[in-house]
Design a protein around this ligand. Sequence first.
Ligand SMILES: O=C(O)C1=C[C@@H](OP(=O)(O)O)[C@@H](O)[C@H](O)C1
Ligand SMILES: C=C(OP(=O)(O)O)C(=O)O
Length: 416
Amino acid sequence: MTYDITAPKTLDASIKLPASKSISNRALIIYALSGGEHVPTNLSDCDDTAVVINALKSAEEVIDVKAAGTAMRFLSAYLSLTPGERVITGSERMKHRPIGILVDALRALGADIEYAGEEGFPPLRIKGHQLEGGQLEIPGNVSSQFISALLLIGPMLKNGLQLTLQGEIISRPYIDLTLWVMGSFGAQASWMDNTTIEVKPQPYVNKPYVIENDWSAASYWYEMVALFGDSMPEVRLNGLMDSSRQGDSIIKYIFSLLGVKTSFSTDPKTGETFTTLKHKIGGVQHLDFDFINCPDLAQTVVVTCCALGVSFHFTGLASLKIKETDRIEALKNELRKMGFLIRSVNDSELIWDHGRCEPTFDAIDTYEDHRMAMSFAPLAIVHPHLRVNHPEVVSKSYPHFWSDLRQAGFLIEEQQ
Ligand SMILES: O=C(O)C1=C[C@@H](OP(=O)(O)O)[C@@H](O)[C@H](O)C1
Ligand SMILES: C=C(OP(=O)(O)O)C(=O)O
């Protein structure tokens, strides 16, 4: 399927954002480990959370997490200490996303895990039993999800857990988010110094818990406000916290440099929080930024900068190659169709110095990556009849993205 997208003249919309899948998936694992009485509320309705809910409910031998990285990594740790023998697998892409570092760490803690396919990659066959825990060193420079997975089971280990992270730590705010959600359920887990985290062997306390909405999903609305520019766009987003522990809340700072002003308010009657985005004059001409702490924002910011004519030098992008697709290559290919030549350095930096080529305006390919679809869709604001292939990929994190766009006035027609 392909969508043909045409934007309205400007934007004046109130959007109900999806809940954070990162927080949902952490809260669900903790809920299961704490003997689950109170199910977390405002859970994300996205695919990546649905697979965790199903896995925790199902008694089937094979668990399929599809394309959900957090589900694969968190459930592998969870299954290692849950009685029974299971196989955990995922999409074809998932079978090429690394998991060896986590498997080695879990084995060092006493887990019984075998590779059911290629060494170092899913699927895994896991026989669960009580684990002793203890002290461990683990690379911190490939995916923070390995570290979060271990931390989440830390309180259930007989001797607790002490993790020392080696190398440059990527996606650190996601580790902090894990510690923060764990703390909300009574866990004692904290940084001892810059590289070592300690989790005490003290079980979780099951409690009611409400999931915040998703700052990563908000990023596409920031992009739209920036691209509508001086046509006075305004978007109101619900359920975002100004003081959120989601690392992607840094989007409000990044877009303050690209002409978007953020303000927060609370409805006095309902207590609901609103985040209002408006355009402001005076964005930068060039942007340097390190995405090491917020890799999921890279596509939004890269596409926005090209469309606004803001040159850039972005670093900290090494993890983009092992996400839903190789996002570095995908960005280069699809931006070329729109007439922008961006280049990569060492697979970890992206540079645009106003390089242009003849645009083809071919339909944008999405590479089974929700963020390719959502970060390119706003280009319809500058290119009417922008076409996006396989738009259904958005269900990974933001299933109602297209209906929200329609509600905001976008005309979206389906082509076979
Ligand atoms: O823990 C999490 O919820 C996530 C961590 C990040 O992954 P990496 O640590 O692999 O960068 C991020 O890209 C992903 O979307 C969600
Ligand atoms: C990288 C992502 O997800 P995951 O690694 O959990 O599949 C993402 O949502 O952009």
